[in-house]
Ligand binder design. Sequence first.
Ligand SMILES: Nc1ncnc2c1ncn2[C@@H]1O[C@H](COP(=O)(O)OP(=O)(O)OP(=O)(O)O)[C@@H](O)[C@H]1O
Ligand SMILES: [Mg+2]
Length: 363
Amino acid sequence: MPELYAGLMSGTSLDGIDAVLIEFQHTPWRPLATHSLAYPAALRAEALALNAAGAAELERAALFANAHAERCAEAVHALLAAARVDATAVSAIGCHGQTVRHRPELGYTVQLANGALLAERTGIRVVCDFRSRDVAAGGQGAPLVPAFHAACFGAAGTHRVVVNLGGIANLTDLPRDGAVRGFDTGPANVLLDLWAEQHLGTRFDRDGAWAAGGRVVAPLLARLLAEPYFTAPPPKSTGRELFNAEWLAQHAPERFAPADVQATLAELTAASVADAIERHCAGAGEVLLCGGGARNTDLVQRLGARLAGRMVADTGAVGLAPEWVEASAFAWLAREALAGRPGNVPEVTGARGPRVLGAIYPA
Ligand SMILES: Nc1ncnc2c1ncn2[C@@H]1O[C@H](COP(=O)(O)OP(=O)(O)OP(=O)(O)O)[C@@H](O)[C@H]1O
Ligand SMILES: [Mg+2]
């Protein structure tokens, strides 16, 4: 029997929904179909607005979750059509939802998703709200992808690190002894996107071409790197609560040429990721990149320069294209939930123990 799952990821970049249909019975796991749906400008603006307190936010959050579910359903239908698969053949949809608040220190994290509506629209069982149980068990609720990275990219005899360059960067350390570790290192694209939007008027700096033409401002880089988050010990996770427009504004970037600031922000991502690897994953011979940032040529070059001596490649080199890794992880986490297996790695999140993750909406 094929084991078909759909995975839907909408990350901190607020770029939209990445969707995969994946078959888990046979290895290596390869998506049967993929689909990307960009948020329309108004929906993206609302997702961003919901990251901060505002008027009527309960209703707006509920309406956002409905709109998000409608788009998720559209993505699932596109997957089914592309793979010529019937909805009844799909065991479940793993739907991450859109994070609008992440406050594990206060005991909550909010991923907006209307699992009921998505189940209604697709006729497929939905698993969502993956993070809350880990937070309830005293964990960060993040990152949740390390268990999947281990299952998918773990290689006997090789010390690998997997780095996801989404809005935020998170790494998974896969040492030879098999003890999986991981944490959020800090910003990946979130500040780069913000600065590009302000100065280029585009959603992001394609291939990092703008950053590549700038010069790193060393004193600015040093001030940005002085942020205590970078040297705080894991377990740790972060998001737009910390790395946002206000955080950047505190460092007075307007005193420098915009392209130089972009180069500095790219270097900030490269430096904070490379430093996290040096500190916590010493001995790793291979670094595998995934997430949209793996498509940023300039960023990848900067990382490569700082990780000289290690093999740096994107996950496509080992069979899963970088843009589909996170969505595939949530398809896999849905499978783990249905099997009653834990999806968190307590050493990563700091939870009191392994927990089965997610809320299930029957088909
Ligand atoms: N060709 C490219 N050049 C430069 N940057 C790119 C390119 N393609 C994608 N990106 C960057 O990748 C981002 C989207 O990455 P991704 O979807 O992995 O992040 P995310 O939605 O935050 O996901 P997650 O939270 O799961 O990590 C874009 O916002 C952009 O910054
Ligand atoms: Mg995305």
